[in-house]
Design a protein. Sequence first.
Length: 741
Amino acid sequence: MSITFIEDKKAFLLETCHSSYQMQVSETGQLLHLYYGTPTHDLMDYLCVPFDVGFSPNPYEKKLTRGGSSDLLPLEYSGQNTGDFRTASVCSVREDGIWGADFRYEGHEILDGKYSIKGMPSAFDKSGSAESLKILLRDEASGLEAELLYGVFDKEDMITRAVRLRNGSDQKITLEKAGSACLDLPSGDYDLIHFHGRHTLERQAERVPVMTGIETVSSKRGASSHQQNPFVILCGKDAGEEAGECFGMMLVYSGSHRFDIEKEQTGSVRVSAGIHEEHFSWLLRPNEVFETPEVLMTFSDRGLSALSDSYHRFIRSHICKSAYMERKRPVLINSWEACYFDFDSEKILDLARRAAELGIEMLVMDDGWFGKRIDDNAGLGDWYVNEDRLPGGLAPLIGKIRDMGLKFGIWVEPEMVNEDSDLYRAHPDWALTVPGRKPSVSRNQLVLDMSRPEVVDYLYHTLHSLLADHDIAYVKWDMNRHLTDFYSRGLPPERQGEVPHRFMLGLYDLLERLTEDFPDVLFEGCSGGGGRFDAAMLRYFPQIWCSDDTDAFERLSIQEGTSYGYPISSVSAHVSAVPNHQTGRITPFGTRGLTAMQGSFGYELDLKTLTEEEKSEVRKQIADYHALYDLIQKGSYYRLTDQMGRGDHKAWEFVSRDRSQVMVSLVVTAARPCLGPIRIRLRGLLPEADYELVSRETFGCGNPLPDQRKRFTGAALMKGGYVLPEMFGSFPSCRILFKKV
Ligand code: GLA
């Protein structure tokens, strides 16, 4: 049993292998959060000492005793306008002007299996081992009900949360904020780790102290965004990769989001997560229900590696539904950085021919194959082939590529439209624009109104035909601007605040239908690189193009940041040309290969520019990738260098789940004289076992490395480490393989 209710204490215990989560109904009926941390058999109610602080109001029942201010109590889900001045979980107003909600416990249910939420991706449980808890809270004055949903995945150390808000009154209620979860942590010194960036520099890990006041991690862009990923970690000051307490909260949502990390007047910390409340409102008629996106919460007292591993395993087995989680994914060549918009059949076939000779398994034709799309000013929306470029259509081209032994993949950007397109000319009202105002344009494109079912249906039928009529094995689903000008011609004025979230529901509906209809197609997500890299997208896309920055050096921090929350198998990474198209940097071919093998592997360059030596490197890289596929895709992943390291190299490691196969990769990121040997301490090995060095290959390294000892105990490699002699060159790298003997 992962969920227990202790009747006489009115307490709930949620237990996973390495965590306990405890709640209790107080004598006033408020639902208190008692504890989240290392498993304990104690009920931690003694921690919750009610106290009084001036100017922090008490519930009416406590007016004489003055203990238990709502402003100081650790609450599971907090209303507004009731004396809790911290960040509210939900903000609501009823037709008659009743603001806010004072939630009190009404009842609960414990169920086998995982609860589900409608219309949005959420965790599933195929094995039937999860349990769910539903706790009903109600505000007497407004009739607003909050059903708190908890899913407990014991072995995976994951607790999922979401909320069902129901209008239990006979008047309309408008939600102005609908948070997914609130976590009140006791006072202490915490750090916040979050993942920020910009286009071509996504998910840079930043660790900052939690200061008194509110720190916000958010996106108002209608997308989970390059700028701030919907994932935060709170950890103790002493927490590192291998030790220390850390808490993760990840939103399963791809739209505007907001996390507030609030350290209040007495030092306790509240983390609130959910849809961004700016440009959000939702009208609930009597009995109507609004369901929030889900949050994935995990706790580790074994440091950040264990926390990341929980997310990696959980997302792979309880979020991604694609058969490609288990099926082998082909090594691909993408036409974008090889040709950009400048291609025709001949050029694509030439790229395919060269790819086939090298052992590449799939050709992806990127942007530029449809409508009048010869640059990025026209054509989006017209998902029919440009016969000037591809005479006879897609079928003959695909046929020839298949005859070469390659699979064929295609690029689409369904949520967008150019004004210069047949679709826009036929349906100008299908774009998001505010009446009377010129819309803002980004990459000269507008956004389709996915809140309208007829737009979603049109896209479904169009894309369904494209996939049903052609032998397409892979789809790269792009989204190249953020959302503005929210106004839907399909909704009445009082529902215009629903457009951003209804857009997401429309998109999820479209993706759900298409991925169900075409389970054998490998879908890859993309949004100008990794601008929509989130757990909800991973339901449909087993891999996501991690960044439009393909520079191997830059990719090191982008992919490392991504690895804190998302599985390595979800990171799409390609070898590209040098000087790199985004930065002009030159890195060795082998270092580019090594870096791209920290994900789902491919190429993105003009193959006819390769030298004979580089061609043989490609063949070797592909052979290596196949040989190491399971280790990379399914093994445990460890960041061996963190922000506190010496800063002249980055190293990471894969260890097979049975601990018998080990691969360490290292890139020297700063060429410095007298750098000295590099000592890397391995992780995740069996301390008592012997490990043998299988191979040590260097790439772009100007000096031969002297031979070293070949056998070590796991303990020696983890505690003493492995020493790599000094490496000379510009971004040299090294791959070391060990096996258990
Ligand atoms: C986005 C993608 C690129 C490429 C272009 C095509 O920027 O991230 O990989 O597909 O669009 O327009």
